[in-house]
Write a protein that binds this ligand. Sequence first.
Ligand SMILES: N[C@@H](CCC(=O)N[C@@H](CS)C(=O)NCC(=O)O)C(=O)O
Length: 232
Amino acid sequence: MSFDNVELQLYTFFRSTSTARVRTAARLKGIPLSFVIVNVRKNDQFGEEFSRLNPNRTVPVLTVSPKNGGSREDLNFSIKQSVPILEYFEEAFPNTTPLLPPQTDLRGRAHVRDLVNVVACDIQPPTNRRILLSVQDLGGNLEAWAFKIMGEGLLAFEKMAKPLAGKYSYGDHLTLADVVLAPAVENAVRYGVDLEKLPTVKRVFETIRELDEFKAADWRHQEDTPAEEVHL
Ligand SMILES: N[C@@H](CCC(=O)N[C@@H](CS)C(=O)NCC(=O)O)C(=O)O
């Protein structure tokens, strides 16, 4: 498939780490997206229309539709989870920069997926906004909870990545592991996680955060980023 056949629309929020993964992969692969802003802080995700699109009421959502108003059903659907969106990009646009190691390196593919899932399954879900607010409602300390889960999760990433890391999380090629890592580190630093204790994560993060594609996709550079927050 090529981009000539489909329109891709991403429901996004500037501060969403899950959405930043998709924005970054799209930049690295040269996949054109248009954006629909869902203001998670204003609870737009719980609105009727968005809840119909994604019953899970989270961003990102990617809608795929045929260009020029065609009606092919296989080109008319939505994906409601960030990792399936990343995998869709790999499968639908095989001629773009790959973000998984090649089929000849099954060990590497499994390893990258392990790293992706440390972030996507073990760090992000228990620190999602609605969970943090529930922790607070139950009398817990939101900041301490986020600090603990992000710190422990990134320590696991560190230990797993270290033996096979190169310039990036896996060797010297950018992969989905880097794509999910960058926004997770940005967030962890906000909650006080000390990168000095995570030397591989720190080194890789300091390299990838300077790449144009990562910068363009980060929370500072989105159309819905409030100007007053950028210096924070
Ligand atoms: N597993 C989902 C997680 C999505 C998710 O939790 N998104 C957050 C923003 S990063 C969200 O929309 N939160 C809204 C809320 O907590 O109500 C994915 O990877 O897409």
